[in-house]
Design a binder for this molecule. Structure first.
Ligand SMILES: [Zn+2]
Length: 355
């Protein structure tokens, strides 16, 4: 019996019959390669609309399993998450929104000692939950399908890791990631909390203010971690790292004090998505959170722990598919520039602060 992440998710969802699926005898799934008794002819399922052909696990098969069809369907409810489609907009109004589907969450699943699967669906606002899941040792088999864009199917191709020692592999959107030591996330978090930006860490190119105010930390990080840059694990770790807002505030207060009350620091602002998408960097001084949601564990609701029938009444996740941080890293030129001093100026130019 070959298992798959799709089959696991289908199991925690209570295996509801999917319309159009029939007995297929014993077959392997074209997408996830799991053994299956029920499914659909692959040609009659989505057909030319399906764009994941290059990822299919059993290309010779003619059948897609019921589990894959279930997790790919927009209408399939996510255990522990609301099946209704509303959210509160910035003005505080309740607006209609399509109900969340499996693509909108990261899915963390492990098989407990009693044989039951435990499932957590985490929104992008719940990165600490994902970090914790990846950091701990799993006694039984486990998987993590980590969604960044919210636009792609991740589950069907997510590997299942054996329990026990070893760090395992996870799927981060389309990127297979061999996990490293989670202390990398903590080191990044420490830098971010000192005012260094995600762009700077991603590129390994730090602005004047980062060198000036935490040069020793930057040097240590580069010495110890730069060898991991460009690895998939480095990208995932940076995605997981979120600065501690209180520490950042304290750091800037300290800088202000140091400079006699006129640090020239621009109040952390949220640039528009379009500015981000264009790779416009305000002198490298963009707050790290601009690349990811604030570390608010409550955002997107609580962990949908439990299998089918999880009953937390979480708000609809605030995870409207946004720009991929990968895309930002790829598009944004190394964030040179003078950090937080004054307004957006494109190029690094050590200059007098204040005034
Ligand atoms: Zn399948």
């Amino acid at each position: 019996m070959i298992e798959s992440a799709s089959a696991w998710i289908y199991e925690v969802s209570g295996r509801p019959p999917v319309e159009g699926c029939v007995d297929v005898g014993e077959a392997r799934c074209w997408m996830c390669a799991a053994s299956t008794l029920r499914g659909m002819d692959r040609e009659s399922w989505q057909g030319s609309l399906f764009t994941g052909q290059n990822k299919v696990r059993a290309p010779e098969s003619l059948v897609v399993c019921e589990a894959c069809i279930f997790v790919c369907a927009r209408s399939s409810p996510v255990p522990g998450k609301p099946a209704t489609g509303t959210k509160v907009d910035k003005a505080g109004n309740v607006v209609d929104k399509a109900p969340p589907n499996f693509r909108n969450f990261s899915h963390l699943v492990e098989r407990g000692p009693d044989g039951r699967l435990v499932h957590i669906a985490a929104s992008k606002g719940e990165k600490p939950l994902i970090r914790e899941f990846l950091a701990r040792r799993h006694a039984g088999p486990w998987m993590a399908a980590i969604a960044d864009s919210g636009q792609k199917h991740v589950i069907p191709w997510t590997p299942i890791n054996p329990g026990g020692p070893g760090r395992g592999r996870v799927l981060f959107d389309e990127q297979l990631v061999a996990l490293g030591d989670v202390s990398l996330v903590d080191d990044m978090t420490a830098l971010l909390s000192k005012g260094v930006t995600k762009e700077e860490i991603a590129a390994g190119d730090y602005g004047y203010l980062s060198w000036r105010h935490c040069g020793a930390d930057v040097s240590r990080f580069e010495e110890e971690r730069s060898g991991l840059r460009r690895s998939a694990w480095f990208d995932l770790a940076l995605w997981l790292a979120q600065r501690d807002e209180e520490k950042v505030e304290a750091e800037f207060a300290r800088r202000k004090e140091e400079s006699g009350g006129t640090s020239g620091r621009k109040k952390p602002s949220r640039r528009s998505h379009s500015a981000r998408a264009a790779g416009v960097s305000p002198g490298g001084g963009e707050p790290a959170q601009a690349l990811g949601p604030d570390p608010r564990p409550s955002e997107g609701g609580s962990a949908g722990v439990g299998g089918a029938g999880g009953d937390d009444h979480a708000p609809t996740p605030g995870d409207a598919p946004g720009i991929s941080e990968h895309a930002v890293f790829a598009l944004t030129p190394p964030a040179g520039g003078g950090g937080r001093s004054r307004a957006a100026r494109p190029k690094r130019a050590p200059r007098a602060r204040g005034a």
